[in-house]
Every structure is written in C-alpha cells, then in structure tokens.
Ligand binder design. Structure first.
Ligand SMILES: CC(C)(COP(=O)(O)OP(=O)(O)OC[C@H]1O[C@@H](n2cnc3c(N)ncnc32)[C@H](O)[C@@H]1OP(=O)(O)O)[C@@H](O)C(=O)NCCC(=O)NCCS
Length: 431
C-alpha cells in the first residue's frame, strides 16, 4: 500500500475559489484552531459541548493522522468554522487484497449556513484532491442515505443489525472447544485491535481502524456514555491462542430477568470463536435480548441456534464507496473467470468517466484499456453503480433492474460474474 499522508494534500483550488466568491474561506486547519474545528463538528452532529479532555483526545488523533479542512465565515460571531470535514488514507479490504482509500468524515455545515452549496463545494473539493493525490477510491459512513449519491458514492459494504430473542432462539448443537474468559477493559481494547488487525483483510469492505476506535468500543475514551457498564471477554483456543474478543454491556430491560445485552464489538478469527462468543451472549443469565449491529449479512448465527426464528437479521447500508479512478480500481481487485466487456462509465461530477475494454484471459490478470475510436460500449453505468458493485455486494443485474446499468444482458452478466465474491462484503466499524 502506498503511504500518502493526507495532511500534506493541498486544498482543492476550484472549491477554494468557488467558496471565496461567497466571502468564505476554505482552508486546512492545524494547531490550536483544531479545538474550534472539533467543537464545530460536535455541534454539527447534535452533540453536547465537548469537554477539554474530549477535545484533547480527538486533537491528538487529528495531529497524528488527519487532514482537517474547514470553511470560515469572517462575519460569524464565534471563531468556529461554519463547516468541517476530515480525511485520511486508510486501508480498505478488497477481493484479493487491500488498497488505500481516501476516508472522509466529520462532514458538517453549521445550521446557520446550510443549503447554500457549502457541503457540495467541500465534497467535490475532497474528491478532486484525493484523485489528484493518486487515490483510486474514497469511502465514508453516512448519517443519512440521501446525501452522498449525488457525488457518486454508493453503499458497497453492508452490515446487519442482529437481534436475538434468547429464550426463543436457545442454542443449537454446536459445542465450540474455545474458552471464553472475562478480561479488564484495557485488555479487551488491546484484544479487539490485535484481532481486527489480523482479520479485517479477509472481509471485503472492512477497513483498518485506529487504536482509539478500540479504546472507545471498550469504554476507555472520554465521552462514552456509562463506560463502566462495558465488560470484556476474550476467546482462547485449545492451544492457548487468542481467537476472539467481545466488548458488551448489559442494559436494563422490562424486568430484572429480562436484561438486554448490547454487543459493542465482536471479532472472531475462527468459526469456533464466533460460535463461542455468541453462545456466551445468548446463554447469559437474566438476559432476554441480545443486540449487535455491524455484523456480516452472511453471519451464520441463525444456523447456530435451536430456533432460527429467534434471530432477526436486518441488513442495512453502511460502508459507502466512490471510485475515483476506474482502471486503477479494477486492476486492484481480483476478478473471477475469463471475460471481456466494453464498458462506459458516466460520472455526475466528471472525475472518473470514460470508456474502457475490461478483459481477463488466462493468468495475466485484468487488462483495462481505453476504447479505440469507433468502438462502442456494451455496458453503460454510472460511477455510483460501479462503486456499489465493486466489492460484489450487489449484482449488476439488480442495478440494471433499477435503471442504473444498461446494455447487452450477456455482457452485464459476464461483468457481474467477474465481480462476484465468496464472502459477503461488510464494514465492521463507523468512521
Ligand atoms: C448534510 C449537510 C452537511 C449538508 O450541508 P449543506 O451545506 O446544507 O449542503 P449543500 O447546500 O451543499 O447541498 C448539497 C446538496 O445536498 C442536498 N442535501 C443537503 N443536505 C441534505 C440532507 N440532509 N439530505 C438530503 N439531501 C441533502 C442539497 O439539497 C443539495 O442538493 P443538490 O446540490 O443536488 O441540489 C448538513 O446539512 C449537515 O451538517 N447536517 C448535519 C450533520 C450531518 O448529517 N452530516 C453528514 C455526515 S455523514
């Protein structure tokens, strides 16, 4: 993976000039100004005024890795920026490997400055800056599913919210040999990080995280609600190796015998560890409901319990991707089988459009070459549709039925087959 430090990527000149026409100043934020940036972002996400300790913890993360970019209105009464946005380069798991992704977060526009094109200028500026820095893909997690499609993003790495009615579900016949042991919160944070680092690349759509994300899941950073409620367990196999970890809390339910066990994060390196941690949660005394979000859409849990109707899986969009460079993105991932398709990609903001022959014959890997003069495309789709299908979580035929892909049905099926994957894509964290 190439090592691009997002903090060294300059502000996009086109967006800077567009915002300057409206009297606004678009610039990279560093040093003490990060404190006001973080206060503005917290307000934008409807949070409380952050404490000095919360600001200090976040500021450290920004100073070490993140590019903070903000819009200032010189006429504002407070020194806060009126819009915020953060980015950094993060490793994304893709079929057959990993690739660097331009991660975007902290997108807020002050309630006093909304609906006048500030977010559009920031987002378009970010995507141009990322493409110019050589990134082939950008990603984000979203507050609302209606905001980012217009910029070419699409849901690509889904997740499932799992709810278990423990008394109905019970446990099936699987008897994992893995042992589950309580550990302190410091230990579970370290275990989650170690296991995630070891395993995330096995699941397309997942990303490498950062230490504070695990400390937050374990209730160890400022700002976590009722941190002392969080408990941790680890899973150890017969050889003594660490194979799983889970942070969870037990909340009040309808009665003392009906508590709700909320899984904050569960990571398992083996099927046995996965089964052992779920059995531990489902058979917890005085608990009638277990809930866990951000699980895989192909999670085997319904097959592990006695009554699958006690388990509800609600799949939902989670990881959104936006291809910035079609040839580079297609060359980066492994594709299945032999195929050849002439492809045209449209892009609402003109960053990644073009037409190519995409072909894979024998063991040489994928070939992506611009269409020659006079060659006609067989399949046409927009950049969001290609981004949605990139990890294989949705077939192109489904997007064709939704009017997002057009062309020769056999060629659509051929490209769809080439993009298919064995493991359902999933993103396991918020970022
Ligand atoms: C979402 C948010 C950043 C938009 O900022 P904004 O400056 O008002 O957006 P813009 O004026 O640039 O609007 C750009 C486009 O997005 C649309 N849009 C803006 N906010 C939207 C929303 N919440 N839902 C759907 N569409 C939205 C606009 O209609 C506009 O569409 P168009 O350009 O295709 O006509 C802002 O409302 C906000 O801070 N919300 C709260 C925090 C949040 O949810 N951030 C997103 C985190 S993932």
């Amino acid at each position: 993976m190439s090592h691009i430090d997002a903090r060294t990527v300059p502000v996009d000149e086109t967006s800077r000039a567009r915002l300057a026409e409206g009297g606004l100043d678009y610039r990279i934020v560093s040093g003490d100004a990060l404190d006001d940036f973080l206060r503005s972002s917290a307000r934008g996400f409807l949070g409380e005024e952050p404490t000095d300790a919360e600001i200090a913890a976040e500021r450290e993360l920004f100073e070490q890795t993140r590019r903070a970019i903000a819009v200032y209105d010189p006429t504002a009464a407070q020194p806060y920026p009126v819009a915020t946005e953060a980015s950094w380069v993060m490793s994304l798991a893709i079929p057959g490997g990993r690739m660097p992704m331009w991660a975007i977060s902290d997108v807020t526009v002050s309630a006093t400055h909304r609906r006048r094109g500030i977010a559009r200028a920031m987002l378009e500026g970010e995507l141009r800056a990322a493409r110019d820095a050589g990134l082939a893909i950008a990603g984000l997690t979203v507050s609302e599913a209606t905001i980012y499609g217009r910029y070419g993003f699409a849901p690509a790495a889904p997740a499932s919210e799992i709810t278990v009615d423990t008394r109905r579900a019970g446990w099936g016949a699987t008897d994992p040999a893995v042992r589950v042991l309580f550990v302190e919160r410091e230990q579970v944070a370290a275990d989650l990080e170690e296991l995630h680092e070891r395993t995330f690349a096995e699941r397309p759509g997942d990303v490498r995280a950062w230490t504070n994300r695990w400390r937050q899941r374990a209730g160890l950073v400022e700002g976590v609600d009722k941190p002392r409620q969080i408990r941790g367990v680890r899973a150890i196999d017969e050889s003594g190796a660490l194979v799983g970890a889970m942070a969870f809390r037990v909340n009040d339910g309808e009665s003392f015998s009906s508590h709700v066990l909320e899984i904050s994060h569960l990571v398992a390196a083996t099927p046995d560890a996965h089964a052992a941690l779920w059995r531990f949660a489902i058979t917890y005394d005085l608990v009638s409901t277990v809930r866990a979000d951000l699980q895989a859409t192909d999670d085997p849990l319904p097959w592990l319990v006695a009554d699958p109707r006690g388990v509800t899986l609600r799949p939902h969009d989670h990881g959104w991707l936006r291809i910035l460079d079609v040839p580079a993105a297609l060359r980066a991932r492994s594709l299945s089988g032999a195929f050849g398709v002439r492809l045209r990609v449209t892009d609402p903001i003109g960053l990644a459009d073009g037409a190519w022959t995409v072909a894979q014959m024998g063991a040489d890997g994928v070939r992506v070459e611009p269409l020659a003069d006079g060659e006609r495309a067989e399949v046409t789709l927009d950049i969001g549709a290609l981004s949605a299908a990139y990890l294989g979580s949705v077939r192109l035929e489904t997007l064709q039925a939704a009017g997002r892909v057009a062309g020769d049905p056999e060629k659509i099926a051929a490209l769809s087959d080439a993009l298919r994957v064995r493991t359902a894509p999933r993103l396991s964290i918020w970022y």
